[in-house]
Design a protein around this ligand. Structure first.
Ligand SMILES: [Zn+2]
Length: 197
């Protein structure tokens, strides 16, 4: 259901404290489940409409940067760490080897290729991506020791093809939905609505 402004929940942080305002739980009438073969009651539906408050903590820089056209990863810069220099994308707040805080870095221009892919014709609930969804595992150059799961927005995926990130810079959602990839050389005019390089 489409909610009006009075039925939405908003959160601000003021003086270091979360201050929710508005409506976070919208009541809705339930419905009986009737067995059409017997005419008897079998159960009820249980509608639930709630707004969840999801805190990003130190990952906030990753999501905020997507809307500004930047792909942020993190790198361990600890001299005493055996894996110093390793870069993590998806963004990790802490190095998994030494547990020290990693340094956010911009990898928007790092070369990236399709490591593998899955084409999904049937999605789950709340999907907003166009079907079929071309999920790609993105492999960056060797300093990046992890693989990023994303979506190919234009063309067909092929293992080894070079891809570049695109960002929802017009009206960002501040979620992972602000990041997709396209084949290198894709003209800006072919990007999805609201996306730029
Ligand atoms: Zn480390």
């Amino acid at each position: 259901m489409v909610k009006n402004e009075n039925e939405k929940g908003f959160v601000d942080i003021i003086n270091g404290r979360y201050k929710p305002r508005g409506t976070f739980h919208v009541p809705e009438a339930n419905q009986p489940i009737i067995n059409k073969d017997t005419g008897k009651l079998a159960g009820v539906t249980n509608p639930r409409d709630m707004t969840y408050i999801h805190s990003y903590g130190s990952e906030a820089i990753f999501f905020e940067s997507l809307g500004k056209g930047k792909l942020i990863a993190s790198r361990c810069d600890n001299d005493k760490c055996e894996t110093k220099g390793s870069i993590y994308e998806p963004f990790r707040i802490f190095c998994p080897d030494c547990l020290r805080r990693a340094t956010p870095i911009d990898i928007s221009d790092k070369p990236a290729t399709i490591h593998s892919f899955i084409v999904t014709h049937r999605s789950g609930a709340f999907n907003s991506l166009p079907l079929p969804i071309k999920f790609i595992n993105v492999e960056f150059d060797k300093e990046v020791v992890t693989i990023l799961m994303s979506v190919l927005a234009v063309g067909e995926p092929e293992i080894g093809n070079i891809v570049v990130p695109i960002f929802r810079t017009k009206a960002p959602t501040y979620t992972i939905m602000d990041l997709m990839f396209v084949p290198e050389g894709t003209p800006e005019s072919e990007l999805p609505e609201g996306f730029t390089f």
